[in-house]
Design a protein around this ligand. Structure first.
Ligand SMILES: NC(=O)c1ccc[n+]([C@@H]2O[C@H](COP(=O)([O-])OP(=O)(O)OC[C@H]3O[C@@H](n4cnc5c(N)ncnc54)[C@H](O)[C@@H]3O)[C@@H](O)[C@H]2O)c1
Length: 391
């Protein structure tokens, strides 16, 4: 069989190759990089050794080659493949994640049946802060609609648990996890690379990870202000910096395709929030970034937009009994006369013209709209039940 040699780095080569292999097909294939351990390119050993180490018993490398040859002969196409990259890593691909895994493990290829169905089949999504809350809910909808989903979160335990739960719920096995701190440049770089190594590219980056520390000027400490700014504002910049690098490569190979960067912002990015200035400032600032990145990346067919949800009362950010906002706001005295958590909740619900908080489905519908439309960029879309309106 053909074994190609690519001199470039895997994270640059894979998006190009995926676009190339996807030309004239309904969807691009899933690519998977084989390495011995951590996906750090500098540490990737020689392909042959990696292959033998990954497989058991040793010697199955030949079995994989034969398997790939047979599959391609049967299909009459090069849908299954093997490539060595820079003499450092090995790239294996098949039309589905299950097929790719089977090749890697030297198992017979499964009877693949119909490829994952859904309007987003063949798209690769990376979503930060997706171990819980809005992020996890959005990841579930994306997976149910057929996308390959990388869940990134600083919390490894809840992140891994979310992967297992969502695979079970959606029947989509193209869901995986990477631990990442969105406020740390090296960590974000690795997060994006791992997404490319896991699936072959990146079509949708959802910057969702966010934190909130409430408190007025006399209460909130500088350290808390920096923390919120680093995660919500700088974290968005870092995500776009590395995600756009991959997307630009894809644009080189397939200039007609649109890609999306979506920030989960907030109604507090459109209207000031009393005794909550650190959060509101980070969200207002992020809309400035959205507009600026939109102008810069439009030439690469990358749309950059924000969704600005109202309050997600049922999510852990509000409802966690110990650290939730209902408790924080009660203790910060944000709601005059409120004596219990229920008083605080009732107060916030009464501020929404539609009388309820925002749900995951409300936000997902906005995300889908932003992906589907091809004539909007740099927008901040409110999803607030009428609570906050654009001027
Ligand atoms: N909950 C709401 O009412 C509401 C309303 C409007 C907008 N939002 C926005 O929606 C997004 C998600 O909010 P949520 O309510 O689901 O929050 P959440 O607290 O339930 O979940 C946030 C997730 O982000 C992760 N995270 C925190 N810091 C991180 C970091 N440095 N790197 C990587 N991951 C990190 C957490 O581990 C957690 O899993 C945030 O940007 C938030 O500002 C929330």
């Amino acid at each position: 069989m053909d074994e190609y040699f690519f001199p470039g780095m895997a994270y640059e080569t894979m998006p190009l190759l995926r676009m190339e292999l996807g030309k004239g097909k309904e969807r691009p294939p899933v690519l998977r990089l084989v390495t011995g351990g951590e996906h750090r390119e500098a540490e990737i050993p020689e392909p042959e050794k990696v292959l033998l180490r990954t497989l058991s018993p040793a010697g199955d490398a030949e079995k994989i080659r034969t398997e790939i040859l047979m599959m391609n002969a049967r299909e009459g196409a090069k849908d299954y493949g093997l490539i060595s990259i820079g003499g450092k890593a090995l790239l294996v691909w098949a039309p589905t994640v299950e097929g790719t895994e089977a090749l890697l493990q030297g198992k017979p290829l499964p009877d693949e049946g119909p490829a994952p169905a859904g309007p987003l089949a063949g798209r690769i999504a990376l979503i930060t802060g997706a171990a819980q809350g809005f992020g996890k809910g959005l990841a579930e909808h994306l997976a149910a609609d057929g996308a390959c989903v990388m869940i990134a979160d600083i919390n490894e335990r809840t992140g891994q648990a979310a992967v297992e739960e969502l695979k079970e719920k959606t029947g989509n096995h193209a869901i995986t996890f990477v631990r990442a701190d969105v406020s740390d440049s090296a960590s974000v770089d690795l997060m994006v690379r791992q997404t490319v190594f896991a699936f072959g590219g990146l079509d949708l980056f959802v910057s969702n990870a966010g934190v909130l520390k409430a408190g007025g000027l006399d209460v909130l400490e500088e350290k808390a202000f920096d923390f919120v700014t680093h995660v919500n504002y700088k974290g968005f910049y870092l995500g776009v910096k590395y995600a756009s690098r991959v997307m630009k490569k894809q644009h080189e190979a397939a200039p007609g395709r649109f890609m999306d960067i979506i920030q989960i912002n907030s109604k507090s990015g459109l209207q000031g929030s009393k005794r909550n200035f650190a959060y509101a400032g980070s969200k207002f600032g992020s809309i400035g970034l959205v507009q600026s990145f939109a102008l810069e990346l439009v030439q690469d067919n990358i749309k950059v937009n924000a969704v600005c949800p109202g309050n997600f009362f049922d999510g852990p950010l509000w409802s966690d009994p110990k650290t939730g906002l209902f408790r924080q706001y009660l203790e910060a005295g944000k709601v005059e006369g409120a004596k219990t958590i229920e008083d605080v909740r009732r107060h916030y619900e009464s501020l929404v013209p539609m009388g309820r908080g925002t749900t995951v489905l409300d936000v997902y519908r906005a995300v889908r709209y932003l992906i589907e439309q091809e004539y909007e960029t740099g927008q901040a879309l409110p999803v607030t039940g009428g609570q906050v309106m654009l001027r």
